[in-house]
Design a protein around this ligand. Structure first.
Ligand SMILES: O=C(O)c1ccccc1NCC(=O)[C@H](O)[C@H](O)COP(=O)(O)O
Length: 212
């Protein structure tokens, strides 16, 4: 089966429409004020209304509290929650309370980091392998950083997973071939500046995913 793609951090109708038209399986809406991709609930509701039923709406959060999750889930009509910097126990509690599909982001620089994925077995529905951002970074993702894909060689994945971190139209086909990813995720690789998505880059990325 060909790989599918999530376009993360969408914030305008035009670029959301480009993701849908290009065949994205998932669109990501960020709810984290320090991010240049952060959305108000009103804006999220407007974008969510443009997403057809065959495309999943994923909310992106950093160790969120219940109030934020509930407001964002309602505004964005979210079908999945992507949780960064969130402990396995908290991920499990969020999954049990919201009954939404729950993704745990696993920040990776070393094989030991990857081994940390096992802690989410039974707690999450999916893992998002992402590059670990440097200590003190404002964001735990969305910085265009890549990790060494060879770290995934021979790893027994405890859950369904997606590949993220530093993907772009030029490298995504190789990433899929190299890792066997069935779902890839991109943010800054389809932008012209932090938070500014580009419809042409989105279309080119999705074309490369389809051709891989
Ligand atoms: O993108 C953000 O601004 C963001 C903010 C807070 C937590 C996570 C965030 N992004 C997570 C993603 O899903 C990104 O798509 C992923 O980290 C890959 O980003 P990139 O390397 O820029 O493609």
């Amino acid at each position: 089966m060909p790989a599918t793609a999530k376009i993360c951090g969408l914030s305008t109708p035009e670029t959301l429409d480009a993701a849908v038209a290009g065949g994205a399986s998932h669109v990501g809406l960020v709810f984290f004020p320090p991010s240049p991709r952060d959305l108000s609930f009103d804006r999220a509701a407007g974008l969510a209304g443009r997403v057809p039923s065959h495309v999943a709406r994923v909310g992106v959060f950093v160790d969120p509290d219940d109030a934020l999750l509930d407001q964002a889930a309602a505004a964005g009509r979210l079908q999945a929650l992507q949780l960064h910097s969130t402990s396995p126990d908290r991920v499990a509690a969020i999954r049990a309370r919201t009954r939404l599909e729950t993704w745990a982001a696993v920040p990776i620089r070393t094989r030991t980091d990857l081994d940390g994925a096992r802690a989410f077995a039974g707690a999450a529905d999916r893992l998002l392998y992402d590059a670990k951002t440097p200590p003190g970074s404002a964001l735990p993702g969305g910085m265009g950083l890549r990790f060494d894909w060879a770290l995934l060689d021979g790893f027994r994945h405890p859950l369904p997973w997606a590949l993220s971190g530093g993907l772009d139209p030029a490298n995504v086909a190789e990433a899929i071939r190299r890792t066997g990813a069935k779902l890839v995720d991109v943010s800054s690789g389809v932008e012209t500046a932090p938070g500014i998505k580009d419809a042409w880059k989105i279309a080119t990325f999705l074309k490369a995913v389809r051709a891989a």
